[in-house]
Design a protein around this ligand. Structure first.
Ligand SMILES: Cc1cc2nc3c(=O)[nH]c(=O)nc-3n(C[C@H](O)[C@H](O)[C@H](O)COP(=O)(O)OP(=O)(O)OC[C@H]3O[C@@H](n4cnc5c(N)ncnc54)[C@H](O)[C@@H]3O)c2cc1C
Length: 281
């Protein structure tokens, strides 16, 4: 075990279930016992070795089976570069098809995470194609991306499902709205579109103002939607929403590739840097 595992892994366990599938199942059961569903992600991204991509796909098949065998209220969310999209598109499609067919067989949903700008167009096209055969699938859309309004409209035209997030990657202003205020305004615009025309979508944010807007829209329109929040963040909000009768899912990552994910969580909230520093001294 290296220094990073010794020092940072205990901190990272705030955001991840642990390294193995068993840890994810245990956390999933805990979340379910308080009425919260789970969206489980096996950590990993930008995989180019076909054997490693196959291994990721196999882990997802095991995870889906485990969700079913343990009666867990939840399903999986995959990253397409983890299935080899960056290196071999057809290979990735084959692996994704196996996971999607397995989800259908087990009556589970399937979500696709959205990654950095280099992969957005391919992810959208792959999702639109996948959704025609597997209508219970959905895809994350990033409100920070200038193109997202057009993507949401296309997905809604096709009857697809969206998980609306702000966006987590460092991107250039050509691709994203550069200020937090603009990202929020775009989030509101996309949320309005989802409540007008969508169904089965997810409002995935810890931003209390945006959650409040979703509640107001939900009171006006009886649409099927749920909230999604990350493990370890705003547990108070999860509890409040669940007690008020909203369906909440917790995004629950696990696996040994926890560093890239943890860095994104540390960067997006300054107090986490202090948590990290405090754990080092
Ligand atoms: C279920 C789910 C799935 C996601 N999937 C994707 C994806 O596929 N692709 C993608 O690019 N992004 C994804 N994200 C991440 C997302 O893009 C944002 O980076 C992240 O949610 C923070 O944005 P926010 O909407 O919570 O708003 P923010 O303005 O960042 O946060 C609002 C409030 O939430 C709390 N908070 C937020 N983040 C933290 C943190 N790290 N530590 C402590 N408190 C915090 C704080 O109180 C903060 O004031 C996902 C997020 C969720 C909830």
């Amino acid at each position: 075990m290296g220094l990073k595992e010794w020092v940072v892994l205990p901190l990272a366990k705030k955001w991840i279930a642990g390294v193995g599938l068993d840890a994810a199942v245990e956390d999933a059961k805990k979340a379910n016992s308080s009425g919260v569903g789970v969206v489980v992600n096996f950590l990993g991204e930008e995989i180019t070795d076909p054997r490693a991509a196959d291994a990721s796909a196999d882990e997802y098949l095991r995870l889906q089976q485990s969700i079913s065998d343990n009666g867990i209220d939840g399903y999986v969310s995959v990253k397409l570069t983890q299935l080899g999209m960056g290196a071999d598109y057809e290979g990735m499609r084959g692996r994704l098809e196996k996971i999607a067919s397995n989800a259908d067989r087990l009556s589970q949903h399937l979500w696709i995470d959205m990654e950095g700008s280099a992969f957005v167009e391919k992810t959208i096209q792959t999702y639109l194609d996948l959704h025609r055969k597997h209508p219970e699938s959905g895809v994350a859309i990033q409100a920070y991306a200038r193109r997202s309004e057009s993507d949401v409209k296309t997905i809604l035209d096709e009857g697809g499902k969206v998980r609306l997030v702000k966006g987590a990657y460092g991107e250039s202003p050509d691709f994203v709205f550069p200020t937090k205020a603009e990202v929020r305004t775009n989030y509101e615009r996309l949320m309005d579109l989802l409540f007008e025309r969508g169904s089965g979508f997810a409002i995935a944010t810890h931003d209390g103002g945006l959650v409040g807007r979703a509640k107001t829209l939900a009171a006006k329109r009886q649409v099927q939607f749920h909230f999604e929040l990350l493990k370890g963040i705003r547990d108070d909000l999860k509890e409040e929403l669940t007690k008020s009768g909203y369906k909440v899912y917790e995004y629950l990552p696990y696996g040994d590739s926890w560093w890239a994910y943890s860095k994104r969580r540390i960067k997006e909230h300054p107090s986490n840097i202090w948590l990290l520093v405090r754990s080092l001294v």
